[in-house]
Design a protein around this ligand. Structure first.
Ligand SMILES: NC(=O)c1ccc[n+]([C@@H]2O[C@H](COP(=O)([O-])OP(=O)(O)OC[C@H]3O[C@@H](n4cnc5c(N)ncnc54)[C@H](OP(=O)(O)O)[C@@H]3O)[C@@H](O)[C@H]2O)c1
Length: 324
């Protein structure tokens, strides 16, 4: 299998490279600069801005691939030229979208791939839907070999996957309350990047995946309080204090959080993984959150330069929780 990754040196892409190489695939990665993460030995590297179709076509030089995975399509302009570029030269084109495309409030749980997509007020998700629609039209009108994959909230050792990031850990360790949105009971799903890779790579070259969209999620379900408790355990904090605040009120205090709380995080998100398991027989996530977050804490503790405390957020949390 010859596989081309467009922008595949980021968090999820680099995990997929490792998994693809493990499965014996021949991988080429296109990045616009020095790859942020070192590429595995044997992986070929090309340099181009993948949103510039002419530059991309130039570096590809007419080469053909069994599968192309686009990790960096965020607006229709990013992918508009891809049907023309890859129809005929790629056996499959995988567009990496997101489960944030599903309408909120969610009409029915669990969410399946045929749940309605609608996010008119959340630019990230709205634009991903527009990309999906453009590419689906190419699939329907002239057989562009499309597969859409939708990861949900994904993390690895380089990320503390809550909105407050390291600030939450710092506050816990100093005995300060951490503000959790809602009343901490809405349900969420987190997937380690290596499990997204285990789900995605077997879809490459899989004829049954053509024309399909597939949620790439672990199926793990945690409340936001459970997520914060797992952070505390990993950080060695025995008695963390959580204060709860309505997402609406938090969004007023923290404008940067407003969209993501309103259109994403405040909603319970549970996924049906039947389609993924049918297309990838034997798929089983291997990294429970409790384990993945321990790995992240160890990484952050070993790299003090990553331990960035957001002073403005810290102050808002102090005020909100009546601290000091
Ligand atoms: N992370 C999540 O929780 C999550 C959830 C659902 C869906 N997704 C989707 O998954 C995809 C990958 O996410 P990620 O978190 O792995 O991203 P990431 O860590 O930001 O990685 C993106 C990679 O693509 C490169 N890149 C960006 N723009 C490029 C361009 N124009 N030309 C060439 N290379 C470019 C980046 O390199 P530079 O160093 O040059 O920027 C980086 O290596 C995205 O489409 C995202 O929407 C992510």
């Amino acid at each position: 299998m010859r596989v081309l990754f467009l922008g595949g040196a980021g968090m999820i892409g680099s995990a997929a490279v490792v998994e693809a190489v493990r499965r014996g695939m021949d991988i080429t990665v296109v990045t616009r600069g020095e790859p942020r993460r070192r590429l595995a030995p044997g992986v070929s590297a090309l340099r181009a801005d993948v949103r510039d179709a002419a530059a991309l076509a130039g570096v590809l030089g007419g080469e053909e691939f069994d599968a192309v995975v686009n990790w960096v399509g965020f607006t229709p302009d990013d992918v508009r030229d891809h049907p023309a570029l890859f129809t005929g030269s790629a056996g499959q084109y995988v567009f990496v979208s997101t489960c944030s495309v599903y309408a909120r409030p969610v009409s029915q749980l669990p969410i399946t791939e045929s749940s309605p997509r609608s996010q008119p007020d959340f630019p990230y998700a709205r634009d991903k839907i527009a990309c999906e629609l453009l590419l689906e039209e190419a699939y329907r009108s002239h057989g562009f070999p499309l597969t859409i994959v939708r990861p949900f909230h994904t993390y690895d050792r380089t990320v503390i996957p809550v909105l407050a990031g390291w600030t939450a850990i710092d506050r816990m360790r100093r005995g300060k309350p951490v503000v959790v949105h809602g009343d901490g009971t809405s349900l969420w799903s987190l997937t380690h990047s290596s499990d997204v890779a285990r789900a995605l790579v077997p879809l490459l070259g899989n004829a049954h995946a053509l024309g399909e969209s597939i949620n790439l999620v672990s199926g793990d379900v945690l409340s936001w309080d459970q997520i914060h408790l797992a952070l505390a355990v990993a950080a060695g904090v025995r008695r963390p204090v959580f204060k709860h605040a309505a997402s609406e009120e938090l969004g007023k205090q923290l404008p940067g959080w407003r969209d993501v709380l309103e259109h994403d995080f405040r909603h319970s998100m549970l996924f049906d993984t039947t389609k993924l398991r049918r297309l990838v027989p034997g798929f089983a996530p291997q990294v429970p959150f409790s384990e993945g977050i321990r790995e992240a804490l160890a990484h952050f503790d070993a790299h003090p330069q990553l331990q960035a405390v957001d002073a403005a957020l810290d102050l808002v949390m102090d005020r909100w929780s009546g601290w000091g």
